[in-house]
Structure formats: C-alpha cells, structure tokens
Design a protein around this ligand. Structure first.
Ligand SMILES: Cc1ncc(COP(=O)(O)O)c(C=O)c1O
Length: 439
C-alpha cells in the first residue's frame, strides 16, 4: 500500500483538534464491508458504522450502481418547482417504513439542515393555524440537534453553545435523564420517567399557548447513548397532547432500524408529530436528510397560501438530489431485502452481553445500550473531561478500531451486517486498550 504523503495544510476539519491531527494524521484510504483501511495499509474495524450512517457496511455495490446509473440519466434538476421520478419513489419508500400517519416528506442534505427546516416548518404551521405566537421550543440538557443555529439553540451541550450566542429561537431546556442510580442499566432504565414533567415547568413559565414544540432524541445518540427511562417518552407525549404542543422525535441517529424497528418511536410505541432522519438514509454514500410530518401539518401549511403562491419559504439548492434519491431507494431496498430490522432485533442481545463484559474495567464509569447502539463511558482523566475519551479513540485507531468518541463516551454502533465475531473483536480491542488505563 502506497504511503499517503500529503500534509493537510489547507484543510480545516470539523469537531477535530486540528493541530493534533496535523501532527499525526489519521488517514482512511479505503472501506469495504465493516472495515476501513488506513494509510499505512492496516485494517480497522468500523465500530460505529462511520458516524452511525453506514449500517449496511461500506461500498455496497447495489448503491454505487444505482447512483452511477442516475448520474448518467439525470445528474441534477432543481427541486424548486420541478420533481423527478425518484423523488416520488424515495418518499413512497420512506413513508412505508414510518408510522402510518406520518407520511409527508421534505428533503434536506443533513441532520442539521433537517432540524432547522423542522423549526421553520413548525413556525409556518402555527402561523397558518392563527397561532403565530407559538414560538418557544423545548429541548433538554445534553441534547444534540446538529450545528445550524436552530439546532445550536436547541442543544444542551455547553461546548456546542458557548461560542455562539444564539438568542432566537427561545428554548426551554428540561433536565436530562442520565441518572447515577441508573448506572450500568441494560436497555431502558427504571428511574426518571417523572423528569418528563419538566415540560410542565416550561408550560408554567411560558404558557402552553406560546410553546410550539418539544424536540427529543428518543435515544440521545451523539452525546453517548442516553436511553429514555421507562415511561418517560409516553409521559412527554401525553403532556404535549394535553397542551397542544408538537412532539418532534429527532431520529437522525435512531432512524432506519438502529433500535430494531424502523424508527425508535415505533420501538418505544410513542406517537410523534414529526420525525427527523438523515444518517443511514443513503447508507452514508451521499448526503441526505428528511423531515417527515403528519399529513395534518402538511395540509395546514400548503392550504394556507393563496392559489399559485409558495406555501413554505424554505429550500436548499441540492436537496432531493436525484443521485441521493437513487442511493436512498437502493439503501431501503437492501435494508428490506436483508430484513435488517429483524437482524438488529436478533443481534441486540448478543451485542448487549458483549459490551457489558467491559463493566469490570476500573476505568469504565458506565455502560448504556439499546438495540445496536451502546456507550462505554470512561472516568475522566486529570479532571479534564474528554481527554481520556480522545486518548482512547486515538490509541484504538492505531490498534485497529474506529468508533465515535464524544467527551469520555466511546460510542459503539455496529453495522447491522456485522457477525458475532466482529462484535467480539470490537470488545477484545476495547478491553486491550482500556485495561491499560488507570482510573
Ligand atoms: C439527533 C441528531 N440530530 C441532528 C444531527 C446532525 O446531523 P448532521 O451531522 O448530519 O448535520 C445529529 C448528528 O449526530 C444527531 O445525532
């Protein structure tokens, strides 16, 4: 394998310690199945499906073929005022996976765009219903809803907010549900459902008549697999319904079978008004995201404009890209063909048992999991949160494992096509490096 000799001088990387990266670049040159290859020619197991977005494994021929074919037939057409055949087919495919009454789909290019699009959609909806004063949003501590300004306002992570003084939209933050007494719980924790009543506090402060929506990640994935306590989401749903507040399930990570059903709202049997999605929608092959709404929301918005006038003043030049739609259709077809929902259900127990084998390591502070998603949270090093997580990530990269580290959380999200031996190998590599660390 030829050594990669570029120095990345001109590159500015996202969510990265750029100076550190440039002093010792971690370069991925190839991907196949559940493996990456680095620039030294070593193979790495991809323990987090890229960034949760390649659950079918890498470089799937069927997806590449569909994209190539589409590129030769219709490389691009504007999504403002024109449709293309694959836009109809892709939305039909997605709608079939969603809960029955969530069936109107608006495309974006990422999770962040999806969240900000949703906020604007909600404002347009309430205005159309003659309640334009409903602008306050409710979110949670430790929430991650992407990096655009609406998403930053919703965020409950200090480093994602402290540099950006977003004063609009106004957001009330409920408490998070990651409780000490639930440490090392397998699956849904027992304690904490009553924290949903924080939504009542928001109502007490702002008045339900001013609250537009409550944004929730059914499982907060990016921050480290915060699994909802039993009954928590249903309680939120009830309060939303009683007070005419929309419930948005941000399923950018949990969508497309990560929890064993197509969407986590289905796993937890909680009715959302809006479901957002992005990762895994094209198996990572090309950017795409989508907002899916109840028909009533769509009807209200599109019937609010005069004839032949635009109903929703929002859109992206590249959304609903024909090549992304081709990748999305091919991805969903493969997911259905390979029955990935059943596969996740069948493999989840094995994965849970495997990841909890790390519980005895002194450096491990907590383990949380649901479906094919788990976090091994490490004790912080030298009172500097995230230092140990970063070190673990870097060591494991060179030892042959890639995963997503957030703070001191090592987030493992295996591809659905992984075999038991692959999962065993992930655990083996984690044990190998984590057992060297002193708490
Ligand atoms: C719940 C949630 N919403 C939004 C986003 C943002 O997605 P993207 O990185 O595609 O902009 C993420 C990313 O991890 C996410 O987890």
């Amino acid at each position: 394998m030829e050594q990669f000799d570029k120095n990345f001088t001109n590159l500015w990387m996202p969510f990265t310690a750029n100076r550190d990266f440039k002093s010792n670049p971690r370069v991925i040159t190839k991907a196949e199945g559940v493996y990456y290859t680095n620039s030294k020619g070593d193979k790495l197991l991809d323990g987090s499906s890229g960034l949760f977005n390649t659950p079918l494994g890498h470089c799937r021929q069927e997806i590449a073929d569909a994209m190539y074919k589409q590129l030769q037939e219709l490389d691009y057409s504007p999504h403002f005022n024109t449709g293309h055949p694959l836009s109809a087919i892709a939305t039909e495919r997605i709608a079939k996976l969603l809960p029955d009454d969530i069936n109107r789909i608006y495309f974006t290019n990422s999770g962040s765009e999806t969240v900000d699009t949703t906020i604007k959609m909600i404002y347009t909806y309430w205005r159309a219903r003659g309640q334009g004063q409903k602008t306050v949003l409710v979110s949670r501590e430790r929430a991650y809803h992407g990096v655009n300004l609406g998403g930053v306002a919703l965020a409950g992570i200090v480093n994602n907010k402290r540099f950006f003084n977003v004063s609009y939209p106004q957001v009330y933050h409920m408490r998070h549900t990651c409780l000490d007494e639930n440490k090392f719980t397998r699956g849904l924790p027992e304690k904490g459902a009553e924290l949903a009543d924080d939504l009542l506090r928001a109502i007490a402060i702002h008045g339900a008549e001013n609250i537009a929506a409550c944004f929730i990640e059914p499982i907060a994935g990016g921050i480290g697999c915060l699994v909802p306590p039993k009954g928590y989401l249903k309680r939120l749903r009830k309060i939303c319904t009683e007070h005419d507040i929309l419930l948005v399930m941000d399923e950018v990570i949990t969508g497309f079978a990560r929890t064993g059903e197509w969407f986590a709202s289905q796993s937890f049997d909680v009715e959302a008004d809006i479901i957002t999605m992005a990762k895994a929608i094209t198996n990572g092959a090309i950017p795409m995201g989508a907002v899916a709404t109840k028909q009533e929301i769509y009807d209200t918005v599109i019937n609010s404009s005069d004839d032949n006038m635009i109903d929703f003043f929002h859109g992206y030049t590249t959304s609903c890209h024909p090549v992304a739609c081709a990748a999305c259709i091919a991805t969903i077809d493969l997911m259905l063909e390979e029955k990935v929902d059943e596969r996740v259900k069948n493999m989840s127990q094995y994965f849970e048992d495997a990841i909890f084998k790390l519980q005895d390591l002194p450096v491990v502070k907590d383990i949380r999991n649901y479906g094919m998603l788990a976090t091994v949270e490490l004790l912080p090093k030298d009172n500097k949160p995230s230092l140990r997580g970063t070190e673990a990530y870097q060591k494991l990269f060179w030892a042959g494992l890639h995963f997503k580290a957030t703070g001191d959380n090592l987030i493992i999200a295996p591809a659905y096509v992984m075999e038991k031996e692959d999962i065993d190998r992930i655990i083996e590599l984690l044990r190998q490096e984590l057992s060297k660390m002193k708490p």
